[in-house]
Design a protein around this ligand. Structure first.
Ligand code: OSB
Ligand code: MG
Length: 377
C-alpha cells in the first residue's frame, strides 16, 4: 500500500531546530552504554499555512549508529534545511528526493521530513495515521527494558511493567548478561511474550551462547551482530531456532530487501529515523507485508512528537508484533506535548487530530531547550 493520497505541497518559510535535554525517569542501559538524560533535536517547520513538528532521534554519542546530536545538528543546518528552503514549495513526498544527493544522516533527514509532513497534514486537516495507511485506532504496547544491576533487579523491573499492562517485554542483553537474565525472567513470569535485543554486541564466535537462548522460546533476537554483518547474520540465523530480527542493519528499503534475500532476518524492526523517514518506513512495511515477513515498530526514546508518529506507523496492517511504542511515562515524567501517550489495557491510542495529532507544550519545550537556531529564507 503505497501512500494512497499524497499530501498537498507547503510553502516553506524556515526551520527552527532545538536541542533538548529531557531527564529520564531511570537510567537506560544497553550493550553500548547508559543514558540518564535524553538528548534529542526537535524541528519546527515554518510554513505559509502554519507550523509542523519533527524529531531527530540521534543520541548524544555515536554508539547505536554513526549518527549523533552535533553531527545531525550540523548537517541539518548546513545542508538539509537550506536545500529544502531553496525549493520553497514542496510536498512531503519530495523531501527524500531533495536530500537524496547527500549521503547518509538518515535520522536528520527523517526529522526534517516529519516536520514538513506534519505541517502539510495539519494544514489539510488530515491525521498522519490516515495518510500512512493505518488500519487500527490503537496499537499493542511493548516495553524495552534496560540492563539492570543484577537478574533480581531485572525481575523486579519487569514485574512493574507487567503490572502496568505492557503486553510484551524486550530485554536488553550483552555478553555475560544474556542467558542468566533471560532465564530469571522466564522463571519468574512463565510464558509471557518475551524477546531480547543485543544491539550488535556479539560476533559469530558467540553462536553457541546465543543458541542457549533457544530454550526460552523467545519471539526473536534483535541485532546480535554488527550493522554490516549481513552474511554473518544469515549464518547465525541457520544456527538458531530463535528468529533473527534486524534493527541497526536495516538502514533502507534496499537493505531490507537484501537482508531478506540473504536469509539474514525473518523479522524486521522498523524505525523511521534509522531508515531516513516515515515514507521509507512505509516502503519497508509494504515490502515485508507482501513477502509475509512480520514487522514491528522500534523506538528511540521518542518525545511526544516521535511517539505519536510511531503509534500511527505501528497501526499499519503489517505490524503484527507489538512494538516499542510505550507510554510516555516509561521514559519521562514530563513530556513536551500536552497529551502524552498513556497505556490503556496494554495499548497506546493512535492520535486522530490533524498531522501528528498532538499539541506542543511551549513551556515544557522551552524548559528542556539547551540550544536553538532558526533558518529562514
Ligand atoms: O535498539 O531498539 C533499540 C533505544 C535507543 C537506541 C536503540 C534502541 C532503543 C530501545 C528503546 O530499545 C526503544 C524505545 O524507545 O522504547
Ligand atoms: Mg534494537
Amino acid at each position: 500500500m503505497p501512500i494512497a493520497r499524497p499530501a498537498d505541497p507547503v510553502t516553506l518559510d524556515g526551520f527552527e531546530l532545538r536541542v533538548l535535554h529531557l531527564p529520564l525517569v531511570s537510567p537506560f542501559t544497553t550493550s553500548f552504554g547508559t543514558e540518564t538524560v535524553r538528548e534529542v533535536i526537535v524541528v519546527r517547520a515554518l510554513t505559509a499555512d502554519g507550523e509542523g513538528w519533527g524529531e531527530i532521534v540521534t543520541q548524544a554519542d555515536p554508539l547505536y549508529s554513526s549518527e549523533y546530536t552535533q553531527g545531525a545538528w550540523d548537517v541539518a543546518l548546513r545542508f538539509f534545511a537550506p536545500a529544502l528552503l531553496d525549493r520553497r514549495t514542496l510536498a512531503p513526498e519530495d523531501v527524500t528526493g531533495v536530500l537524496e544527493p547527500f549521503k547518509g544522516h538518515r535520522m536528520a533527514k527523517a526529522g526534517l521530513e516529519l516536520a514538513v509532513l506534519d505541517a502539510a497534514l495539519r494544514a489539510a486537516g488530515r491525521p498522519l495515521g490516515e495518510y500512512l495507511g493505518a488500519v487500527r485506532d490503537r496499537v499493542p504496547s511493548g516495553v524495552s527494558v534496560g540492563i539492570q544491576r543484577d537478574p533480581a533487579a531485572l525481575v523486579d523491573t519487569v514485574a512493574g511493567y507487567l503490572d502496568e499492562g505492557y503486553v510484551r517485554i524486550k530485554l536488553k542483553i550483552r555478553p555475560g548478561r544474556d542467558v542468566g537474565d533471560t532465564a530469571a525472567v522466564r522463571d519468574a513470569f512463565g510464558a509471557i511474550p518475551l524477546q531480547v535485543d543485543a544491539n550488535s554486541a556479539y560476533t559469530l564466535a558467540d553462536a553457541d551462547t546465543l543458541a542457549e537462548l533457544d530454550r526460552f522460546d523467545l519471539l526473536l533476537i534483535e541485532q546480535p551482530l554488527q550493522e554490516d554483518d549481513i552474511v554473518d547474520h544469515a549464518t547465525l540465523a541457520r544456527r538458531l531456532r530463535t528468529p533473527v530480527c534486524l534493527d541497526e542493519s536495516i538502514v533502507s528499503d534496499k537493505a531490507a530487501a537484501d537482508a531478506l534475500a540473504l536469509g539474514a532476518a525473518s523479522i524486521i524492526n522498523i524505525k523511521a529515523g534509522r531508515v531516513g523517514g516515515y515514507l521509507e518506513a512505509v516502503r519497508i512495511h509494504d515490502r515485508c507485508l507482501g513477502a509475509g515477513v512480520p514487522v514491528w515498530c522500534g523506538g528511540m526514546l521518542e518525545t511526544g512528537i516521535g511517539r505519536a508518529a510511531n503509534a500511527a506507523l505501528a497501526a499499519l496492517p503489517g505490524f503484527t508484533l507489538p512494538g516499542d511504542v510505550s507510554a510516555s511515562d516509561r521514559f519521562y515524567t514530563r513530556d513536551i506535548v500536552t497529551e502524552p501517550a498513556v497505556l490503556e489495557h496494554g495499548h497506546v491510542r493512535v492520535p486522530t487530530g490533524p498531522g501528528l495529532g498532538v499539541q506542543i507544550d511551549p513551556v515544557a519545550l522551552d524548559e528542556f531547550t539547551v540550544a536553538r537556531e532558526t533558518l529562514t529564507r
